[in-house]
Ligand binder design. Sequence first.
Ligand SMILES: Nc1ncnc2c1ncn2[C@@H]1O[C@H](COP(=O)(O)OP(=O)(O)OP(=O)(O)O)[C@@H](O)[C@H]1O
Length: 286
Amino acid sequence: MAVVESSASKADADTLVRVRDLRTVLGGKVIFDGVSLDIPRGKITAIMGPSGTGKTTLLRHLTGQLLPDAGDVFIDGQNVPKLSRDALFKLRERIGYLFQNSALLTDLSVFENVAFPLREHAKLPEELIHALVLTKLQAVGLRGAAQLSPGELSGGMARRVALARAIVRDPMLILYDEPFVGLDPIALNQVLKLIRTLNQTLGITSVLVAHEFAAVRQIADLVYLIAGGKVAAHGTVDELMADTSPWTRQFFGGESDGPVPFHYPARDYAEDLGLAAPKSKAGAAR
Ligand SMILES: Nc1ncnc2c1ncn2[C@@H]1O[C@H](COP(=O)(O)OP(=O)(O)OP(=O)(O)O)[C@@H](O)[C@H]1O
């Protein structure tokens, strides 16, 4: 895999997000140990990796919800960990976020859920809010559901409403945290198609955290595989599928054993069964 290039000038033109030498320790555990990555403008970049590898944590660094212990997170040239509170809020207004569970407000109608970010951040005339919300609901195919409550929606519809809400302020960047979880194949295909259409028609740079490789390969321009606190590999789907490193073989080849071992570290098997004398030197064995 090619090393992420560090030329700032070239990166600014082509790259919306530049993460450099990110180091994050949470609860005494090293989550990132020198992660660098580039998210190209106007493309769909998937972040993949084993459970607990830090994918959601990375998204939280992008929104400035979490500060790294070291390293830089540049978004559109602004270094997120160094921003003032006001500058960070301004930047966040340009970022849409689709949560895994859709996170709709159950007391509000579909219309009001989508209107929420508009009412929260700006004093806009009611007619404009009405037009903006209906435009976004139309884009996700749910203009007719505007007056329903979230409780009346299927999981797939709820995800699409959340998507309409995420794009209602025309963000430059949208972060999808596991957008396919729990969707039936029809709903999954609808969400996939929407992500691709929004990316193509509105030119929104998209970062997608997902485990569903079959879905990711249909839309991702670039994939980063994060494992063991590092970028284990990155490239197009085809490049990663052809890559022979142990991480990519296990992750994309679906092998049950590899750098992520099938066996949790344990004492010597024979010893555990009482068939062998304890070894003099302590140590984990398979
Ligand atoms: N506030 C915190 N304090 C301590 N540890 C944390 C905190 N937040 C996350 N972690 C730990 O950081 C690691 C990375 O979590 P994260 O949710 O980013 O992983 P993930 O790759 O998104 O996982 P999954 O694929 O299962 O959603 C996990 O081991 C998690 O337990």
